[in-house]
Design a protein around this ligand. Structure first.
Ligand SMILES: C[S@@+](CC[C@H](N)C(=O)[O-])C[C@H]1O[C@@H](n2cnc3c(N)ncnc32)[C@H](O)[C@@H]1O
Length: 259
């Protein structure tokens, strides 16, 4: 059903702010914008008579089509590799696509597939994926990289993030994963691992990550600027098996069994 267009009114005068307070009690206010010399108010229905005679009211015409605009119309599937795409749930799968598909809503936590560091991480993971029996996503954000492991059939997935909102988003996206609030020290030992964070965050987290990565399956690090790659790589102490840069962000991957 098409939603009814809101009614929009401009209120001017010394009592405009008091009129808005009154409207919050006596009308269904959808929004208000405070300008330098006027208040604009969005209402569900017609403006009731205001008990502020000095307030000058002008109705602003609204295109009824605008009531249906959600801001999501321009969303498209993101083809990360020829056989790997990310899309929000409200965007249809492209006809004929038969690769790995990650359906991630764009919400409060980082990681909807648009950012170069996420794409680099996904491309690296995709190139090196070696079916680890257990896998961890450090700095999960939305949980998109953990979702990749799930889509590839990994039976035991753990994830962590220092942000409560990211932990909640990951739990919602992947109810079967063990999601911890905190850094890599909260994680169990795992066969494969991914982390997409800034270079300095990665360097700080690396000792705890390396203590949990069992070096049996791939490790992927992303979010690095080109000049940060060597310092972080030196901490891993294994040859880089795959490297990819998307925009300003580089991801490097290490194969398991290297040591
Ligand atoms: C760039 S976002 C990556 C999100 C998602 N994994 C992706 O690839 O799109 C980095 C995330 O790491 C989290 N983070 C930063 N430092 C962390 C740390 N030491 N341990 C765990 N998470 C951390 C941030 O809260 C943020 O959600």
């Amino acid at each position: 059903m098409t939603p009814a267009a809101p009614r929009v009114y401009e209120l001017r005068g010394a009592d405009a702010a008091a009129a808005l307070d009154w409207l919050h009690v006596h009308a269904d206010v959808h929004g208000a914008l405070e300008g330098d010399d006027a208040l604009t108010v969005w209402l569900a229905t017609q403006l009731p008579p205001l008990p502020f005679p000095a307030v000058v009211v002008r109705e602003i015409a609204v295109d009824p089509q605008a009531a249906t605009i959600t801001g999501l119309e321009a969303d498209r599937p993101i083809l990360v590799a020829a056989d790997l795409l990310v899309r929000p749930p409200w965007v249809a799968r492209p006809a004929g696509f038969a690769g790995v598909e990650l359906v991630v809503p764009r919400g409060g936590a980082f990681g909807s597939g648009e950012h170069g560091s996420t794409q680099a991480a996904l491309r690296c993971l995709h190139a090196l994926w070696d079916a680890p029996p257990t896998f961890a996503d450090v700095g999960a954000g939305s949980g998109i990289l953990a979702l990749y492991a799930h889509a590839r059939g990994c039976p035991r997935i753990a994830a962590c993030d220092i942000e409560e909102s990211a932990v909640m988003a990951t739990r919602e996206l992947l109810p079967q994963a063990d999601v911890f609030l905190g850094g890599a020290e909260t994680l169990p030992a795992v066969h494969g691992m991914v982390a997409n964070m800034t270079g300095s965050e990665l360097r700080a987290a690396m000792p705890a990550m390396l203590a949990r990565w069992q070096r049996r399956h791939a490790l992927v690090l992303s979010g690095l600027r080109a000049h940060e790659v060597d310092a972080v790589g030196a901490m891993v102490g294994a040859p880089v098996a795959y490297r990819v840069t998307v925009g300003d962000f580089t991801s490097v991957g290490y194969r398991g069994g290297a040591r």
